[in-house]
Each structure stands twice: as structure tokens, then as C-alpha cells.
Design a protein around this ligand. Structure first.
Ligand code: BGO
Length: 270
């Protein structure tokens, strides 16, 4: 079987539905996710029926707080997607990247569809350097307009590419990184290799949905808790908030490197 499953992921209002329709045409299957009344849509890529597209609920984060988030993260962790198409609203890049970073932690190959480029251009006060964005994230970025069906061939080309480059994970503050690496050492034997970082971060955040799925020895649990405790003392903060801040720091660096606002120009010339 040569078919690949492409999961469509993104924030609410990023244009996921518009893009799904543009990519699949009338070739759609609609149902519900088990146990909830959230619509489940899948379809085949119009131009290439070997690519099965699974739409996932729109979310801002992979935390376990809403049904939408739980559906999405279970789907991703159960390894049902061969690759991800991360639909990003270019006019809200900073906020959308928060999900992108978490998607990258799942280890699943990812293509970013930077959507709403028509609106960004029309607004005219901001430029995104796509090459730098690709470079700093290490993932392919295709700028598109799902509404106007612009750059669809380029996107499809990228989705059909036999190999999507492996990316390195977003690297956070050194003190957090050493905690993640110590936790990774405790769980290496019990989680899939490519999901090691994701599980380590979730354990660091004390995500009980996730820790409940792992069978650890009491010794391992103590070691992990000790690592979390020490790190919380170093930062004088609770662990989940340490991770949130680390993600925002990373995003701030991405924005500094890749985005130019017209106002910045004016200020520097006045
Ligand atoms: C309304 N460019 C522009 N300019 N708009 C886009 C693009 C794009 O590339 N892609 C999507 N939109 P969804 P989720 C609307 O519905 O696909 C627009 O939640 C309106 N509706 O048309 O639904 C899209 O599935 C009345 O806009 O997103 C939609 O991810 C006035 O972004 C919105 C203005 O797209 C969300 C817009 C009655």
C-alpha cells in the first residue's frame, strides 16, 4: 500500500476548512470522532489519490484541556499520520507558532502551509522572510492563499515529496534542556524513540494524562520528580509555566529573525 496519510492541523480560523476543500474537492468523507459530536472529515487529495487527508479539530495547543485537543494529540501520538500539514495564519504568525512548536515535538514530518498571504500582502505593513523561517524552524514553508487558491501547485509538490527533511527540535533554555534530557534518560526504554522528547516535556509539565499511560518504576518516578523540583527551584516557577515561557522565548527569536514590520522602518529613519 503506497498511500500516505496527511493530517491537517492548525489553529481555529487559520483557514483549515477552506484549504481542506481546495485540496480534496468534493472527494470527502464526513463523520464524527468516537464519543464526541465533533465532526471528522477526511478526503483524498484531488491531484493524487494516494494521499489521504485527515482533517483534525482546530486547536491552539496540544494540552489535554478540551476534546479537540485530546482528539488531536491522541491521533498524533498513536502514529496515524505519516506527515502533518500545519496550517498557519500568516497574519497571526506569533500566536500560531505556539502550536507549531508543539507539533514539531511529536517528531512527525511537517510542512507548514503559511496561509492568508493575500491578506498579509493587502495589509502591506509586514513582511515575513520565508527562507529564514524555513531555516530557523528546519521545516518546509509554502506561502499560500487557500481562499484564492494561490500557490496550490507548490504546496502539493511539497506534500508529494517522497522525503520531507527531518527537523531538529526547537531548542529551549539550557537549564530546561538539561531537565528534559535527564527525564528522557529515565523513560528511553518505554516510549517510541521519535516521541522521546514529547513524552519528556509532558512529564516535566506533570501532564497526568500522559504519565498515566507509562509504566515507570517507583525509582524512575522519584528521579523524574526530583528533576522537576530542582528545575522549579532554579527558575522559581512551576514546571508547566517554565515550558510556556520557553516556547514564547523561542517564538520571540523566530519573530525577530523573520518578520519585518513597516513601522520598524519608519522608526529607524525618523
Ligand atoms: C469567513 N485568505 C483570506 N483572505 N481569507 C481566508 C483564507 C486565505 O487564504 N483562507 C481562509 N480564509 P476557515 P478554519 C468569512 O468565513 O477555513 C477565510 O476554522 C466570513 N464568513 O474564508 O473556516 C475563510 O477551518 C465572512 O472566512 O478556517 C473564513 O481553520 C467575512 O478565513 C476564515 C469574512 O477560514 C476562516 C470571512 C461568513
Amino acid at each position: 500500500d503506497m498511500s500516505t496519510t496527511l493530517a491537517l492541523v492548525g489553529n481555529p480560523n487559520s483557514g483549515k476548512t477552506t484549504l481542506f476543500n481546495a485540496l480534496t474537492g468534493s472527494n470527502q468523507h464526513i463523520g464524527n470522532w468516537p464519543g464526541v459530536t465533533i465532526e471528522r472529515k477526511s478526503g483524498k487529495l484531488k491531484q493524487d489519490h494516494q494521499i489521504e487527508i485527515q482533517d483534525l479539530p482546530g486547536i491552539y495547543s496540544l494540552s489535554p484541556y478540551s476534546s479537540e485537543e485530546i482528539i488531536t494529540r491522541n491521533y498524533l501520538l498513536n502514529d496515524q499520520a505519516d506527515r502533518l500539514l500545519d496550517v498557519v495564519d500568516a497574519t497571526n504568525l506569533e500566536r500560531n507558532l505556539y502550536l507549531t512548536l508543539q507539533l514539531m515535538e511529536t517528531g512527525i514530518p511537517l510542512v507548514m502551509g503559511l496561509n492568508m498571504m493575500d491578506r498579509l500582502q493587502k495589509e502591506g505593513n509586514r513582511k515575513i522572510n520565508l527562507k529564514k523561517l524555513e531555516y530557523i524552524l528546519g521545516v518546509p514553508v509554502v506561502s499560500i492563499s487557500a481562499l484564492k487558491k494561490q500557490h496550490m501547485p507548490q504546496l502539493i509538490n511539497q506534500l508529494e515529496a517522497t522525503k520531507i527533511p527531518e527537523y531538529s527540535y526547537p531548542e529551549y533554555d539550557g537549564r530546561l534542556e538539561s531537565a528534559i534530557s535527564m527525564i528522557s534518560d529515565q523513560i528511553r526504554e518505554v516510549v517510541p524513540a521519535k516521541q522521546l522528547r514529547w513524552y519528556a516535556i509532558k512529564l516535566f509539565e506533570r501532564d497526568e494524562e500522559i504519565s498515566g499511560t507509562l509504566t515507570l518504576t517507583p525509582e524512575q518516578e522519584r528521579e523524574i520528580e526530583a528533576t522537576i523540583n530542582t528545575t522549579e527551584k532554579i527558575y522559581d516557577d512551576v514546571s508547566d509555566s517554565i515550558v510556556v515561557n520557553a516556547r514564547y522565548d523561542f517564538i520571540a527569536r523566530v519573530m525577530n529573525m523573520c518578520v519585518i514590520d513597516a513601522d520598524d522602518f519608519r522608526m529607524s529613519w525618523s
